[in-house]
Ligand binder design. Structure first.
Ligand code: ADP
Length: 454
């Protein structure tokens, strides 16, 4: 069995991994930046090593220092969490060559699925429906316009190396296309060091529905149901839930089968996610695969009762999945709200600083995954998510009412957060009726006075 794991991450996910390891009797090593000395994962891990300055580029993205820490502390495995180096094929490869288990898929799978255009081709070959679009990246403007016309406007220009909702531009005609094509390439070059873009049909008002995959190293690939992540602001998820209020049992079954096919085509191992867009008629299209644990994984854990982080550790240890597809049942409805240190009244500008009083809600059906506490100072250098509130119950209505109740109890003084926004959404009829698509937030902001969500 893996004896000791280095956690190459910070914040709530680092804490989540410490907790899973502890329950399995695995020792943990936290690596941290100078800005995270006070962080809970540093205090709760068995050992901790400072790896550099506050900026991610000086610490959490410094692969060599992380590998050096792993060697000094003699760990057997590295859990990358999400973000940072979690989808960096080179880092996974470095771990492989140093004989340290990377808790995730093989580096060649990360490489393949990390290029969104290659990923689309890979799953298309095994019959998984994909959004109509260019065959691979398009490097030349006049060729790009021709392809856009052929696909039919509106189209979306996407960075092959994109992620986190960045590097995407929408065009409605030839004129806007010419402009957005260059903007997208420049943005992609700046954000990802790779200016390659591809073109897709822009699906109007779709739902974002993704399937959780779990695969072992013995060829068993299962899905753990879906998460509806349609509540997004600027293509970034805010609220996720499972099951999706839109899917019929038949559609769920068909999408689940294709999700497994897609993962098999990637020779997938460990936990991963197959993302689809679904239009109003129920047509679904693969958009990408995330080759890591997702922020929203607790929603699936609460519905299925399966601890995904523990499963990741067991799979990395070479064990067979101890259950089959037919053993996976969906007993609950779960909703997750991302609690960000941002000011909804000022265009969601980050609101770092010291938390005065912190009081997390509890009670039946309430889970809080957070590294925040009273007196904790949120550093300005990282993502603004400071916690996740996950509420669950036997049906959707119970989960919504429970989320609203828990949000009212949640106290985070001294900084601005997205809690008031979540309260407004939980009492909004469109959300309650289960009718929200990815266009929901824009419409919500247009019709809701700012003081109702700040
Ligand atoms: P990222 O990797 O940056 O998260 P994704 O490919 O997962 O990017 O897309 C993020 C979001 O962007 C989707 O959930 C959806 O809201 C929107 N999106 C992406 N592709 C399309 C498309 N072809 N049509 C409409 N919306 C899209």
């Amino acid at each position: 069995m893996i004896q000791k794991v280095l956690i190459a991450n910070r914040g709530e996910i680092a804490l989540r991994i410490v907790r899973a390891c502890r329950e399995l009797g695995i020792k943990t090593l936290a690596v941290y930046s100078e800005a995270d000395v006070q962080s809970l994962h540093v205090q709760l891990a068995d050992e901790a090593i400072c790896i550099g300055g506050p900026r991610s580029a000086d610490s959490y993205l410094k692969a060599d220092r992380i590998i050096a820490a792993a060697e000094i502390a003699d760990v057997d495995a590295i859990h990358p969490g999400y973000g940072f180096l979690s989808e960096n094929a080179k880092f996974a490869q470095q771990c492989e060559s140093c004989n340290i288990k990377f808790i995730g898929p093989k580096s060649k799978t990360i490489q393949m699925m990390g290029d969104k255009s290659v990923a689309k081709d890979t799953v298309k070959k095994v019959g998984v429906p994909t959004v109509p679009g260019s065959d691979g990246p398009v490097e030349n403007e006049s060729e790009a316009v021709k392809i856009a016309r052929k696909i039919g406007y509106p189209v979306i220009i996407k960075a092959v190396a994109g992620g986190g909702g960045r590097g995407m531009r929408i065009a409605h005609n030839d004129i806007s296309f010419a402009k957005e094509y260059h903007v997208a390439r420049n943005e992609a070059e700046k954000a990802f060091g790779n200016g390659s873009v591809y073109i897709e049909k822009y699906i109007e008002k779709p739902r974002h529905i993704e399937f959780q995959i779990l695969a072992d190293s013995h060829g068993k690939v299962l899905h753990l149901g879906e998460r509806d992540c349609s509540i997004q602001r600027r293509h970034q998820k805010l609220i996720e839930e499972s099951p999706s209020p839109f899917l019929t049992p038949d559609l769920r079954k068909r999408m689940g089968k294709f999700a497994i096919k897609a993962a098999e085509a990637a020779e997938y191992e460990n936990a991963g996610t197959i993302e689809f867009l679904v239009d109003a008629k129920g047509n679904f299209y693969f958009i990408e695969m995330n080759t890591r644990i997702q922020v929203e994984h607790p929603v699936t854990e609460e519905c299925t009762g399966i601890d995904l982080i523990k499963q990741q550790l067991l799979v990395a240890n070479g064990e067979k999945l101890a259950f089959d597809q037919s053993d996976i049942t969906f007993e609950k409805h779960a909703i997750e709200c991302r609690i960000n240190a941002e000011d909804p009244a000022r265009n969601f500008v980050p609101s770092p600083g010291t938390i005065g009083l912190y009081y997390a809600p509890g009670g039946h059906g309430v889970r809080v995954d957070s590294h925040a506490y009273s007196g904790y100072t949120i550093p300005p250098y990282y993502d603004s998510m400071i916690g996740k509130l996950i509420c669950f119950g036997h049906d959707r209505q119970t989960a919504i009412q429970r989320t609203y109740r828990a949000l009212n109890e949640y106290l985070i003084r001294g900084i601005k957060t997205t809690i008031p926004l979540h309260k407004a959404i939980m009492s909004d009829p469109t959300f309650i009726e289960g009718k929200a698509t990815t266009a929901y937030m824009e419409d919500f902001f247009a019709r809701t006075p700012t003081d109702l969500f700040t």
